[in-house]
Design a protein around this ligand. Structure first.
Ligand code: ADP
Ligand code: MG
Length: 391
C-alpha cells in the first residue's frame, strides 16, 4: 500500500536546478496540473456535461529559447534526453516527446513559427493513472511556447489545438475535458463544462476538512478500448432509433427518459440501459451542482455513488476491482462519495474523504484489497488547485 504524498513545492526547484546545470541561463517556468472528474462519466462524447477540476499534482516545465531551430528536451522523471529539430517533427521511440512535438506541429499548422528551445520538465502526476499527465504536458508546452514567442493565443484555441495534437500526432482519440480542466482549473472550484457548446461555469467546491482520495486499482483490463468503442456505437444506435420518431435529435443530450421508455425499453433493453445511464448521468450532474451551490457536500457525494451504480450496472464499464473499492467505502461515514473515474475497466476510484480519516481508511482498504484481489493498492491524496500558469 502506497500513500503518495510528494509535495510539489520541492519539484519546481529541482527542475530549475537541472535546467541550469544542463543549459545554463534563466528559464521561464510553467506549472500545469493534472485533473480529476467529480461526476459526469462517458457523457463527453454524448454531448453532455462533465465536472472536472485541476489538482495539486502538476508538471513543471522550465524552458528558454535557442538561437537555432533545435529542440533539446530533458525528462527529469524518466532521466531521458531528446534532441530534434523544429523543421522535422516525427514520432519518437521515447513516446513522451510526442506530446510536445504534436503541439508544435499544431502550432505550425495554424501559422505560428516557434523557434528552437531548451527544456527540462518533471512533476508528481502519476503517469497513466487517469489523472491526465498527458494533458498537463500538452498544456505546459503550449502555454510555455505562447509565452516564449509572445503570440497571445486565446486559451480556448490552445486547448483545442492540444486535443488535435493528442488525436493526430500521439494517436489517442481523447475528448477535450482533460486539456480544458488542466488549462482552465480554478482553486476552490469545479468546472461545469458543456461538451456540446464548450460553455463552462465555475462552481464553488468547499473542501474544508475534506480531501480527494484516488484509489488506484493498478489494473487496466484489455477490454477497455474495445468496450469503449462499443459503448460509443450503442449510444449512436439509440440516437438513430429516436431520430426516426422525433425531430431535432442530434445526440443523447436531446433525449429524455420518456423517449427512451417509449421507443427502446421493450424493443432493445441493452441499448435502453446504455442510453438511460447517459441521460440520467447528465441530470445527476446538474443536480449535483445545485448541491454544491447549497454547500451540501453529503448530497453531492451520494450522487457520486449513484453515478458508480449506473456505470457498473447500466453502462457496464466497471470491473471487480473498482466495484470492490467503491463497495468498501459505501458504509464508511467519513467517506462522502465515491465512484470509478475515467473510461473504466481499471484505473482509479475518486473518493471524497474527511481529512483526519484518510490515513486509517487507506490502510484498511489497502489491506482488504490486497487480500481480496492479490494486488497492491496505490492511493493519492489531492486538492483542487489553479490551472496552468507561469510561476
Ligand atoms: P494519463 O494522461 O492518464 O496520465 P496517458 O497514457 O494519457 O495517461 O499519458 C501518459 C504519458 O504522458 C506517459 O506515458 C508519458 O509519455 C507522458 N508523460 C506525462 N507526464 C510525464 C512526465 N512527468 N514525464 C515524462 N513523460 C510524461
Ligand atoms: Mg492522458
Amino acid at each position: 500500500m502506497i500513500l503518495s504524498k510528494v509535495s510539489d513545492a520541492g519539484i519546481a526547484p529541482q527542475v530549475i536546478e537541472k535546467f541550469k546545470s544542463i543549459f545554463g541561463g534563466q528559464p521561464i517556468v510553467i506549472r500545469s496540473p493534472g485533473r480529476v472528474n467529480l461526476i459526469g462519466e462517458h457523457t463527453d462524447y454524448n454531448n453532455g456535461f462533465v465536472l472536472p477540476a485541476a489538482i495539486d499534482k502538476a508538471i513543471y516545465m522550465a524552458i528558454s529559447p535557442r538561437k537555432d531551430n533545435e529542440l533539446h528536451i530533458f525528462s527529469y522523471d524518466l532521466g531521458q534526453d531528446y534532441r530534434g529539430s523544429i523543421d522535422e517533427l516525427k514520432n519518437s521511440s521515447l513516446h513522451w516527446p510526442d506530446y510536445i512535438l504534436g503541439v508544435i506541429q499544431q502550432l505550425q499548422n495554424s501559422g505560428h513559427r516557434p523557434g528552437g528551445f531548451n527544456c527540462v520538465f518533471g512533476g508528481d502526476i502519476p503517469l497513466g493513472a487517469g489523472l491526465s499527465s498527458s494533458a498537463a504536458l500538452e498544456c505546459a508546452t503550449v502555454f510555455a511556447l505562447n509565452t516564449l514567442f509572445g503570440w497571445r493565443l486565446e486559451t480556448n484555441s490552445m486547448v483545442k489545438l492540444e486535443q488535435r495534437a493528442e488525436n493526430e500526432f500521439v494517436g489517442v482519440q481523447c475528448g477535450i475535458m482533460d486539456q480544458f480542466a488542466s488549462m482552465f482549473g480554478r482553486k476552490g472550484h469545479v468546472i461545469r463544462l458543456d461538451c456540446r457548446s464548450l460553455d463552462y461555469e465555475y462552481v464553488p467546491f468547499n473542501m474544508e476538512g475534506i480531501k480527494i482520495v484516488l484509489l488506484d486499482t493498478n489494473v487496466k483490463h484489455s477490454l477497455a478500448s474495445s468496450e469503449y468503442n462499443t459503448r460509443r456505437k450503442q449510444c449512436e444506435q439509440g440516437v438513430k432509433t429516436l431520430q426516426e420518431h422525433y425531430e431535432g435529435i442530434e445526440s443523447l443530450r436531446d433525449v429524455t427518459i420518456e423517449m427512451l421508455d417509449k421507443w427502446l425499453a421493450a424493443s432493445d433493453p441493452l441499448i435502453y440501459r446504455r442510453c438511460k445511464y447517459v441521460v440520467e448521468e447528465n441530470t445527476r450532474l446538474l443536480d449535483a451542482c445545485l448541491d454544491l451551490e447549497k454547500g451540501e457536500l453529503r448530497a453531492f457525494g451520494r450522487k457520486m455513488f449513484g453515478s458508480h451504480e449506473g456505470l457498473s450496472n447500466q453502462y457496464e464499464v466497471s470491473c471487480p476491482e473498482l466495484d470492490f473499492l467503491v463497495e468498501h467505502v459505501k458504509e464508511v461515514p467519513s467517506v462522502l462519495g465515491a465512484r470509478m473515474m475515467g473510461g473504466g475497466f481499471g484505473g482509479c476510484t475518486i473518493n471524497l474523504v474527511e481529512e483526519e480519516a484518510i490515513e486509517g481508511l487507506v490502510e484498511r482498504i489497502g489491506d482488504a484489497y490486497s487480500r481480496a484481489m492479490n494486488k497492491e493498492l496505490k492511493a493519492y491524496v489531492a486538492q483542487i488547485e489553479q490551472g496552468t500558469s507561469m510561476l
